[in-house]
Design a protein around this ligand. Structure first.
Ligand code: SAH
Length: 360
C-alpha cells in the first residue's frame, strides 16, 4: 500500500485496462461512501449572464464571439430562481456568468442579501476573476462558496488559453488562497482533454487539487466550440500526440476517481459537460466513480440555450420540476439519496493522500 505519487497518477491516466480501471473506480466509490456518504447534493445552477469581457480560447462566450447571443437576468428573475431552488428542495444555488462587470460590487451585494433574506439556500458564486474587494463584500453579504477553476496548473498553457490575462496578473491558482482567506468554501478544477494538455500537466493539476485542500473539485471533458480559437484548429503548443490527453467519458471518470482518492472529503460534481458528452449514462458513471454532487439547471428555459460555453450545453429545455423528478428517479435507481440542507463540506480526519493499490 502506498500513496499516489505523480508517476502513479500518470500511469492511471494512461491505463486502458478495463479490469484495472474497474478497481480504480471501485476504490474511489468506496472512498466516496466512507467519507461523504450516499447523499448526492443538488446545487441549483442559475446562469445569470452570458456577457463576458474575457478572451478565453475555449469558451463560446468569449468577448470576441459576435455570434453569441447575450442576455443578463435582472435581480427579480434571479431571486425567483433561488426561491424555486428552495422549493425544489435544493439546499444551495449557484450563480454563474461570463465575466460581466455590470454585476458590480453593489448590485451583487444587494442580490446576495435578498437571496439570503428570502431563502435558506447556501449561495455559491461562479463569476470569474473579480477583485479581492468585491469578493470580500460579497462574502460579508452572505455568499458561502466560490467556484473558480484554475483550468491548468501549467503557467505557459494558462497564459496561452487566457490571452488577455496580463503577465502581472496572478494566475487563478494564486487567487484561490485569497478566496479561502475570506472564508469562502473554495472550488476549483480543470477541463479534461483540451489541445496541448499532457498527462504530466493533468497529473500536476490533480496533485494541486490535493495541495490546495479544495472544498469542491469540478472537472469535465473539454468540448470544442466552433466560434473559439480552439474551434479554428489553433493549438497552444505542439506536443507528441501520444501525450495528448483525450476528451472522453472514460478520461473524465478517471480524473474524478483520482480526485476522490486524493481528496476524500471534497464535494465533486458529476458535471454537465460529462452529461453532455455521455448522456445520462455519463452522469451515472461520474456518480459511480467518486462524484457526490449534481448541478441541475434552473436558468429560465428561454435563456438557457444562450449560455453556450460549449455546443450541446443546455439542450434540455425541460422545466426544473421535470428535471428534478428524473433526477430523483435516477438517484434512486443507483441506490443514492438526494442531499438535504446546504451540503457544506464536512472535513474528515482522512489522510490527504490515502493508500491505494489496485487489486489486480
Ligand atoms: N466566467 C466564469 C464561469 C465560466 S463557465 C469563470 O471563468 O470562472 C465554467 C467552466 O466551464 C469554466 O471554468 C471551464 O472550465 C468550463 N468550460 C468553458 N468552456 C468549456 C468548453 N468548451 N468545454 C468544456 N468546459 C468548458
Amino acid at each position: 500500500m502506498h500513496s499516489l505519487n505523480r508517476q502513479e497518477i500518470i500511469d492511471w491516466l494512461k491505463n486502458e485496462n478495463s479490469r484495472e480501471l474497474d478497481d480504480l473506480f471501485f476504490a474511489a466509490d468506496a472512498t466516496r461512501r466512507k467519507h461523504v456518504g450516499d447523499e448526492v447534493h443538488l446545487r441549483g445552477l442559475v446562469e445569470i449572464s452570458s456577457y463576458c469581457r474575457s478572451a478565453c480560447t475555449y469558451c463560446g462566450l468569449h468577448a470576441g464571439n459576435k455570434k453569441a447571443i447575450r442576455y443578463r437576468m435582472n435581480s427579480e428573475q434571479i431571486l425567483k430562481c433561488a426561491i424555486q431552488a428552495e422549493r425544489l428542495g435544493y439546499g444551495s444555488v449557484v450563480l454563474q456568468s461570463g465575466e460581466d462587470p455590470q454585476f458590480d460590487m453593489k448590485s451583487m451585494e444587494q442580490l446576495i442579501r435578498s437571496i439570503k433574506r428570502e431563502t435558506t439556500c447556501a449561495i455559491t458564486l461562479s463569476l470569474g476573476e473579480r477583485s479581492p474587494e468585491e469578493w470580500a463584500r460579497w462574502r460579508d453579504a452572505g455568499a458561502d462558496r466560490y467556484l473558480l477553476r484554475f483550468e491548468t496548473s501549467d503557467p505557459f498553457l494558462f497564459q496561452a488559453i487566457h490571452p488577455d490575462a496580463l503577465s502581472n496578473i496572478p494566475s487563478r491558482v494564486d487567487q484561490l488562497p485569497v478566496l479561502r482567506q475570506l472564508g469562502y468554501q473554495v472550488g476549483s478544477g480543470v477541463m479534461i482533454g483540451f489541445p496541448g494538455q499532457t498527462f504530466e500537466t493533468l497529473a500536476d493539476d490533480l496533485l494541486l487539487f490535493q495541495a490546495l485542500d479544495l472544498d469542491m473539485i469540478g472537472v469535465g471533458p473539454f468540448l470544442i466550440h466552433p466560434e473559439t480559437a480552439f474551434g479554428t484548429g489553433w493549438v497552444p503548443r505542439e506536443i507528441d500526440p501520444t501525450n495528448q490527453v483525450e476528451s472522453s467519458v472514460d478520461m473524465a471518470c478517471k480524473v474524478i476517481a483520482l480526485a476522490r482518492l486524493l481528496r476524500p472529503d471534497a464535494h465533486i460534481p458529476s458535471t454537465t459537460a460529462l452529461a453532455t458528452l455521455g448522456g445520462v449514462d455519463g452522469r451515472i458513471r461520474g456518480l459511480k466513480s467518486g462524484a457526490n454532487v449534481i448541478m441541475p439547471n434552473l436558468t429560465p428555459t428561454d435563456l438557457r440555450g444562450d449560455y453556450a460555453i460549449y455546443p450541446g450545453k443546455n439542450v434540455s429545455f425541460e422545466t426544473a420540476q421535470v428535471c428534478r423528478m428524473e433526477l430523483f428517479d435516477m438517484l434512486k435507481s443507483i441506490g443514492r439519496v438526494p442531499g438535504k440542507g446546504p451540503g457544506h463540506r464536512k472535513r474528515s480526519q482522512a489522510p490527504t493522500n490515502p493508500s491505494f493499490t489496485p487489486k489486480t
